[in-house]
Design a protein around this ligand. Sequence first.
Ligand code: SF4
Ligand code: MG
Length: 332
Amino acid sequence: VENLLEVRNLKKHFHLGKGATLKAVDGITFSVKKGETFGIVGESGCGKSTAGRTILGLYDQTDGEVIFNGKNIHQLKGKEKFSFYRQMQMIFQDPYASLNPRSTVLEIISEPMEVHGMYGSKKGRTEKVYQLLEDVGLNRDHANRYPHEFSGGQRQRIGIARALALDPQLIIADEPISALDVSVQAQVVNLMKRLQKEKGLTYVFIAHDLSMVKQISDRIGVMYLGQMVELTEGSSLYKKPLHPYTQALLTAIPIPDPDVEDKRERIILQGELPSPMNPPSGCVFRTRCAYAMEACSVKKPEFREVEENHYVACHLYDAGIVGSSGSEQIAA
Ligand code: SF4
Ligand code: MG
């Protein structure tokens, strides 16, 4: 399967004046295959939302490359760039804040179509809106209502319909279920899965919690302080996490089967999340890592493939330190 999206050494630094720099995203690399769901997980402040917005061009990148369908987006200009971004859309965490309260659902969903001059006439666009409302489990009677008349889950359905209005290939969903009631979360995830099948969509699904990305992601990248520290298939990440940070995140998720006794030792992260204004030297995770060694404060661990399709940035997997038995040693 070819890659729809390739992100190479992407950086987004914010210059805050007086020489202060916030390295919100500091060199992340990953690719997303056509039709897959790539999960990005990490605590708030790890840079995952900034990464999503930078990929979509809502922020100018500081460095690195974003390749979409084989084209370097940041080399595109004018009209070509405009029509290129049509292919990538975003679903936001808070559907209410992202929907104009004074616009009807019809106006909200047809606006991007109008901007891009799609579906011919107003009539054509209205028909498309009706179709989209049905696609997301609402109906045409909802078209003339206002956002406040809907529940949180319904509003997120409207947000999804709007994201689909331009027939995009890629959707970046930034914590799309975090603000919803638990009972509604699964419905929205199932809707997203169905739409993915029907429309051949590719997703980047951003969440702060591994249990949320688990339900939907084929592969998952774990971010910490602006960096990607581990990346692999969802199943390997849950079965055999290699990075100490991922291991800690995973022990925070309860075992789903109530009949299975949870014998795992809960790993509590030590200390506070350091400020991204002043990240630790060497490994960014070292101030909270139970395995930190001398090398960890001196040398930044390289993000590399230590097992097939399993990337990690941690000195525990450097040749000569623990070798191939590294993960067993950590799990013990
Ligand atoms: Fe811990 Fe060192 Fe690995 Fe960082 S590089 S996660 S500090 S063992
Ligand atoms: Mg966020």
